[in-house]
Write a protein that binds this ligand. Structure first.
Ligand SMILES: [Zn+2]
Length: 408
């Protein structure tokens, strides 16, 4: 075993540029999720199909899910299987879509022109989730180049639509019975800088859209209107404080150990400075510890809304735009967690911690229907940030861990 591992690790290192090339090619194919006005998953898939075919998979399935928002009319998913010497299956599941670049002025380089500097590859989607695509392919490539047949079958899944709910991605694949309950399922879509954190639990997720409706007026005549923007700001700040005070429990299994309530997106109100806005829209992203009930959170929001409506003579509309109750956690004793721990120890020498995060990754979808899925990767946690990057060393380390999992 030791010899086989060393051979495979040597092949991983030898194929460094191969993996770098895959990730830089992916970054060049802009694939912002259509929910955020983008496209490109399909083009990424065309490229990945070519890369996978060169590795002669035992089967390569293309699953297209209709979606009229994209030029191709379908959202493409890829499932590639590489046979092992047993029937046991190891799935490594990554997503092809990305979030938008955000405020362009915060980027030091073009988000869709990959830059390699200081051992890092910069670009939107580099870490989330391009790194996982590159590292999982690299694991298979290294096994192939070393001429070693894995013990388990390896299934690589490159799925669409993770950043906006996975309806056109993993959820569609699950309806086709792609996965089995005894399969090992690894989702490399979160982790820690050393690669010593295995995520098995998630928080509840609640996204709120809060619309304050006042009355528009000339800015010099505030008595003629009701400034929705001022009241919207007050509401958001107070809601922020009240939620943090009320839901203050800690659970050290999670990182961070508290519930989080963040005012995030702010919708544009008016074009000119000299008009009092009649409408104000702000969004909240809430990640709530599973010990709480999301209905309690919503009750607080509604109480505050009613108070504000009375005091400020506005109408406040609270819309739940996403809600997901935390699924039952993956057992720290499950086969996938145990194997992952063993592989991490063999590759890095580290004893991995097992814990929870704010979610939500693919893993929640699996856990909800009783599959044991583990989230793991080695990341600096630059996902969704300007100047997102993936460390080349992390790609190699993750590939070694995946290859080890396939051998032990
Ligand atoms: Zn991701």
């Amino acid at each position: 075993m030791k010899e086989a591992l060393e051979e495979v690790f040597a092949e991983v290192s030898r194929n460094r540029d191969y993996a770098v090339n895959i990730l830089t090619n992916l970054i060049k194919i802009r694939a912002v999720n259509p929910a955020f006005g983008g496209e490109g998953e399909f083009k990424r898939c065309l490229y990945l199909e070519k890369v996978l075919r060169e590795l002669s998979p035992d089967s390569l399935q293309i699953i297209d899910v209709p979606d009229s928002r994209v030029p191709e009319g379908v959202r493409r998913n890829i499932v590639a299987i590489f046979e092992g010497s047993t029937r046991e299956r190891l799935w490594i599941i990554a997503h092809t879509d990305t979030v938008p670049e955000g405020d362009r002025s915060l980027w030091k380089s073009d988000p869709y022109t990959p830059i390699i500097s200081d051992g890092k590859i910069f670009g939107r989607g580099a870490e989330d989730n391009g790194q996982a695509i590159a590292s999982s392919i690299l694991a298979v490539k290294a096994l192939r180049d070393a001429g070693i047949k894995p013990r388990v079958r390896i299934g690589l899944v490159f799925a669409a639509d993770e950043e906006a709910g996975s309806t056109y991605g993993i959820k569609a694949l699950m309806r086709r019975n792609t996965f089995g309950k005894s399969d090992l399922i690894v989702v490399p879509d979160a982790g820690s800088p050393k690669g010593d954190f295995i995520e098995v639990a998630e928080k509840h997720i609640l996204w709120l859209k809060i619309t304050v409706v006042g009355r528009q007026a000339h800015a010099s005549m505030p008595h003629m209107g009701i400034n929705a923007h001022r009241i919207g700001m007050k509401f958001a700040l107070l809601l922020d404080e009240v939620l943090h005070a009320k839901f203050h429990e800690r659970n050290e299994l999670f990182s961070p150990p508290t519930s989080t309530f963040e005012p995030t997106k702010k919708e544009k109100n008016i074009d000119n400075v000299n008009t009092i806005p009649g409408v104000d829209v702000v969004y909240f992203d809430c990640r709530v510890l599973p010990g709480y009930d999301l209905n309690e959170v919503l009750e607080i929001v509604h109480t505050l809304k009613e108070n504000f409506e009375k005091v400020y003579r506005v109408r406040i509309n609270v819309e739940v735009i996403a809600r997901s109750e935390a699924p039952p956690p993956t057992s720290p004793q499950s086969k996938v967690v145990q194997k992952l721990k063993t592989a991490i120890k063999l590759v890095t020498g580290l004893d991995a911690r097992v814990g929870g995060i704010g979610g939500g990754t693919f893993a929640a979808i699996f856990r909800r229907v009783g599959y044991q899925a583990a989230v793991w990767s080695t990341v600096d946690e630059t996902a969704h940030q300007p100047n997102e990057y993936a460390r080349i060393a992390n790609i190699l380390q993750d590939a070694k861990v995946f290859a080890t999992m396939a051998l032990i």
